[in-house]
Design a protein. Structure first.
Length: 160
């Protein structure tokens, strides 16, 4: 197997961003695999939360209705964690294809990467609907996704 040399015209900063993306997407794939495995167990435990949610909903306190909403969102997460994880694996692999294209200085890689990174962010909302858990999952990933898309966009002039 022949090892390709790094093209001479790839900026060092682009190389660093690509390497960080390889590591980050690899970690995301690993974590999603673990979530998919864990989801096979947690989806069977949602019945435990049914009683808790019913007890909380029967109270008239403002805090208990908020807590019931959170518990309902946790139930949805537990029921759908495997689906979310499998979709994230697929999108991460496709985003990785985009990074490989960027590594080889191919402009379509940027668009592939950006689309699938944004999809990774939106998956929890698409699967679970709008709730505090899905929105917090989106919010937690937004900064890094935006940062990397901007870093790649800065280097678009080097891509063909």
């Amino acid at each position: 197997m022949e090892v390709k040399e790094i093209p001479k015209n790839r900026p060092d900063t682009l190389t660093v961003v690509c390497i960080l993306s390889f590591v980050g997407l690899g970690w995301r794939i690993f974590r999603s695999l673990m979530d998919a495995v864990a989801g096979t167990f947690t989806s069977n435990l949602t019945f435990i939360l049914d009683d808790v949610v019913q007890d909380l909903e029967s109270e008239d306190e403002p805090f208990t209705s908020f807590a019931a909403g959170i518990m309902t969102a946790v139930q949805k997460l537990m029921e759908n964690i495997s689906v979310i994880a499998l979709i994230k694996i697929l999108c991460s692999i496709l985003a990785l294809v985009g990074v490989i294209l960027i590594w080889n200085l191919r402009k379509p890689g940027f668009y592939i990467y950006a689309v699938f990174r944004i999809l990774i962010l939106l998956i929890p909302v698409m699967v679970m609907g709008m709730n505090i858990i899905s929105l917090s999952m989106v919010a937690s990933g937004t900064v890094f996704t935006a940062l990397f898309i901007v870093l790649y966009a800065i280097h678009l002039k080097y891509l063909k």
